[in-house]
Design a protein around this ligand. Structure first.
Ligand code: NDP
Ligand code: CU
Length: 472
């Protein structure tokens, strides 16, 4: 492709013309799922849409306001053509090559698995239509995301192609649809973009690994402290406690840590913004990645909390527990002892349960509101109120619940078996740090600066540039 030649879009719609009243006409090949979703979104965003179909008169329903024509007629009427057809059927485009000359062809296709074909779909398309300007784009979005517009996890459109002008034309469209665009370079990057959606649950990977790692660590930690320690020092086998007692220690610990890790990046981000005095500088990559998987962290934490609740509910019906209660009652009767009600213990255990229940209740509320169908029904303010204010309240309740569980245990040396602290103490570290930091951020003077920064105010630093570059 020579550099002199420009895609047709440039000659038809030169940049810089005053906004023309006539909406731009875009063409979509294929009236399938993706074609229809894309068409609907384009129409909503103010474009005119014409479909190219094998069966212009008998194809399925297309969005209202769109026209359907033969491929040839549709291609001639527009300068940008979205190819919403599976790669296996691209063959017929070779005959259409003369009509597609100097058009921008947007390849949105995906494959079922990696290395299915020797070349990327977009490169194949370019080979079939050598004089068209192929741009790979939109393939990482689902039909649903396209139709409903950008959301938190679906904001990026990745694109690549050999013609800068063609990429600009596609960027303009994607931007108008509400997406932000990332240019990945020439068409040779198409393969990488096509492999992208094949990654399963990319945002879940880190939280899942973390959950697995924490569970394994605390399982062995508590196994050593409880079961192995008792065996080593008293020659008593209490390994049966692995099934319920140990599980019901590991799950709440992992849950609390994960919940805290879900809110930690938020406070770190606030500290960054305060320190830099602006919100317009990008966060480091690790923080960005961490922020992106907060929802997944939170949902996993909720799952672990749920297990903790279930394990707690079955305590009264456990054989071991019933045996212990009966044994101590019988022993007291034998010795003709009575026991007084200790109201301090009653207060403590009731508060402990109550905090746990409140924490779990809010936890569930957070989980429900993070479902897309529910969060879409909330206004942005309602959503951020629930996810942030109630989120910290949840963390507070759950942390307090754990402190009440520990009570004065940290004072008694008998609990530090083999010089190790009990598991619950370790689980309190991260949440306590998050809550203290959050409390500091809520101090009126700090809160005022932060609010101003988040509204776009910037601290003009009297520093010289060398210092500035140190911060980035
Ligand atoms: N669905 C999704 O979520 C996403 C899909 N994609 C990609 O978009 C493309 C289309 O996907 P999707 O809409 O789901 O697929 P569909 O099977 O729903 O639709 C494909 C369309 O292609 C046309 N077609 C089918 N066979 C032929 C043929 N032999 N010759 C010419 N045209 C044909 C048909 O339109 P007509 O009858 O009008 O000719 C058909 O409706 C695929 O490449 C897919 O990988 C990318 C991202 C997400
Ligand atoms: Cu608990």
């Amino acid at each position: 492709m020579s550099k002199e030649e420009k895609p047709e879009s440039m000659s038809l719609y030169p940049l810089g013309t005053a906004a023309a009243p006539e909406p731009e006409l875009l063409c979509i090949f294929g009236t399938g799922d993706l074609g229809r979703s894309l068409g609907q979104r384009l129409l909503q965003s103010g474009y005119k849409v014409v479909y190219g179909s094998r069966r212009p008169h008998s194809c399925g329903p297309v969005p209202q306001g769109a026209q359907v024509m033969s491929h040839t007629a549709a291609a001639q009427s527009a300068s940008v053509v979205f190819i919403c057809i599976q790669r296996e059927h691209y063959g017929f485009l070779e005959q259409l090559a003369p009509q597609l000359k100097r058009k921008v062809l947007v390849d949105v296709s995906n494959n079922l698995r990696k290395n299915l074909y020797p070349e990327a779909n977009a490169e194949y398309l370019q080979r079939l239509t050598p004089e068209a300007y192929v741009v790979k784009a939109f393939n990482t979005l689902s039909a649903w995301a396209l139709q409903n517009g950008p959301s938190d996890s679906n904001r990026q459109v990745y694109l690549c192609g050999n013609s800068t002008e063609a990429k600009e034309a596609v960027t303009e469209i994607a931007t108008r649809l509400g997406f932000s665009v990332q240019d990945r370079g020439s068409l040779s990057a198409a393969r990488e973009l096509e492999d992208f959606p094949l990654q399963l649950f990319p945002l879940w990977r880190l939280p899942l690994r973390l959950a697995f790692g924490l569970t394994a660590f605390f399982f062995f930690y508590l196994l050593t402290r409880d079961v192995i320690y008792t065996y080593a020092t008293q020659k008593k086998d209490i390994s049966f406690r692995i099934m319920v007692s140990l599980a019901n220690k590991v799950f709440p610990i992992v849950s609390l840590i994960m919940l805290a890790l879900c809110y930690l990046p938020g406070v770190i981000a606030a500290v960054f913004q305060l320190y830099r005095g602006t919100k317009y500088r990008r966060f480091p990559d690790w923080l960005d990645r961490w922020m992106l998987c907060r929802k997944q962290l939170g949902l996993l934490a909720l799952a672990f909390a749920f297990l903790h609740v279930l394990y707690t509910l079955i305590i009264p019906i456990r054989y071991y527990v019933r045996y212990k209660i009966a044994a101590s009652t019988i022993a007291k009767m034998k010795e003709n002892q009575t026991s007084e009600l200790d109201t301090t213990i009653a207060w403590r255990s009731d508060s402990y349960y109550s905090m746990g229940i409140l924490g779990f209740g809010l936890y569930v509320l957070l989980g429900i509101t993070s479902l897309p169908s529910v969060s879409n029904a909330l206004s942005w303010r309602e959503f951020s109120f629930i996810q942030s204010k109630l989120g910290y309240l949840t963390l507070f309740f759950c942390t307090f619940h754990t402190y009440l569980y520990g009570w004065d245990m940290f004072l008694r040396s008998s609990y530090y078996k083999w010089y190790t602290p009990p598991g619950y103490m370790l689980s309190l570290l991260v949440p306590s740090v998050v809550l203290v930091l959050k409390l500091l951020l809520l101090l009126p003077c700090v809160d005022r600066s932060l609010t101003r920064i988040r509204q776009g105010w910037e601290r003009t630093e009297p520093q010289d540039d060398s210092q500035k570059s140190l911060i980035t």
